[in-house]
Design a protein around this ligand. Structure first.
Ligand code: PHE
Length: 341
């Protein structure tokens, strides 16, 4: 091995550059590794002419030092480059917009309804969607074979004639009255099912929010005031309400509540069919029979109940006139609704 060759290698080492840790490591192994060039050169030391041994030893040491310091230098360079890259963040660069989901419009409206009643002391309660006859009908004053059962087309469970998909959230009223002692103030949001042909105006499932208030001396005036508060908070302070006599087996007297049309403000338009009003819920004073069925003394307590369709209210707030859109999961439809709740 010629001393000149080692010197050449020293020059090569000094000139070596690398941009990555990997390249530096490969270089280190090639020169300084246990099977590297330096090792081989040292192995040849014994064959070197004695007169040259001294110089040969020196250049080998020089090579070793040059390689070690070059490796250290390059490593320092690469890692400082990494750091400076980390620091130079361009804050004005447009970011990759991550798609964050949006709440479903039905959930937005449901949450708003909950919030409005929460402010006047109502708790939230829930019940099962597959319900027995007692909670969906019998306890609510629909005796067996009573024609009022046909008011709602029911999906029955084939295996068990006593079970059905609940047709309304009034079943949760029964569960609450059975399990709690008055005063009771609760709202029950949930999904309900009816055997109806699917169209723009009807669906086989939809959502309701039920309200129930039981205490001593609860009157129809309390019901009216509560619903007025709700309507004005939901649709705006200038909203007017109208209660029309109606019939439900579980309330007496019963009423249907209309709000002044959210589009024309009562002047008459095609949304309200020129009546100036839109129907949004059923309500009434809880029938004493229902209180007794649920173990509440009707001589001591009275109360009111109401039930509203969430899709109906969402339609009025968002001006959506096809119910089917709410369950088709079309992202272009769903993306339009933004909410903080
Ligand atoms: N459950 C009734 C319906 O689904 C609405 C209602 C609830 C009426 C509470 C009166 C009291 O149509």
């Amino acid at each position: 091995m010629k001393i000149e060759n080692v010197k050449k290698l020293i020059d090569e080492v000094a000139a070596f550059t690398a941009a990555s840790e990997k390249e530096i490591e490969e270089f280190r192994i090639r020169i300084l590794g246990s099977k590297g060039e330096l090792k081989q050169l040292f192995a040849q030391f014994k064959d070197v002419d004695p007169s040259e041994k001294k110089e040969y030893g020196q250049v080998l040491n020089e090579l070793k030092q040059a390689a070690e310091s070059r490796v250290a230098e390059l490593r320092a360079k690469v890692s400082s480059k990494d750091q400076s890259e980390g620091e130079s963040i361009d804050l004005s660069r447009p970011v990759n917009q991550k798609k964050v989901g949006s709440r479903h419009p039905i959930n937005i409206i449901r949450n708003r309804i909950i919030e409005i009643f929460h402010k006047i002391g109502y708790e939230v309660s829930e019940g099962p969607e597959v319900e027995d006859d007692w909670h969906n009908f019998t306890a609510l004053n629909f005796p067996p074979e009573h024609p009022a059962r046909d008011m709602q087309d029911t999906f029955f469970i084939e295996r068990d004639p006593d079970m059905a998909l609940r047709t309304h959230t009034s079943s949760v009223q029964v569960r609450m009255m059975e399990s709690q002692t008055p005063p009771i103030r609760t709202i029950s949001p949930g999904r309900v099912y009816r055997n109806e042909a699917i169209s723009a105006r009807a669906h086989c499932f939809f959502h309701q929010v039920e309200g129930l208030y039981i205490d001593k001396d609860v009157s129809f005036a309390d019901l009216r005031q509560t619903l007025m508060y709700f309507a004005q908070t939901m649709f705006g302070e200038d909203t007017e309400i109208r209660l029309r006599p109606s019939y439900f087996p579980f309330t007496e007297p019963s009423a249907e509540m209309d709000v002044s049309c959210t589009i024309c403000k009562g002047d008459g338009c095609n949304v309200c069919k020129y009546t100036g009003y839109l129907e949004i819920m059923g309500c009434g004073m809880v029938d004493p029979n229902v209180l007794e069925n649920c173990g509440i003394d009707s001589k001591v307590y009275s109360g009111f109940a109401f039930g509203m369709g969430v899709e109906r209210i969402a339609q009025l707030i968002y001006n959506v006139n096809d119910l089917r859109l709410y369950s088709e999961n079309d992202i272009n439809f769903l993306e339009q609704f933004r909410s903080s709740i």
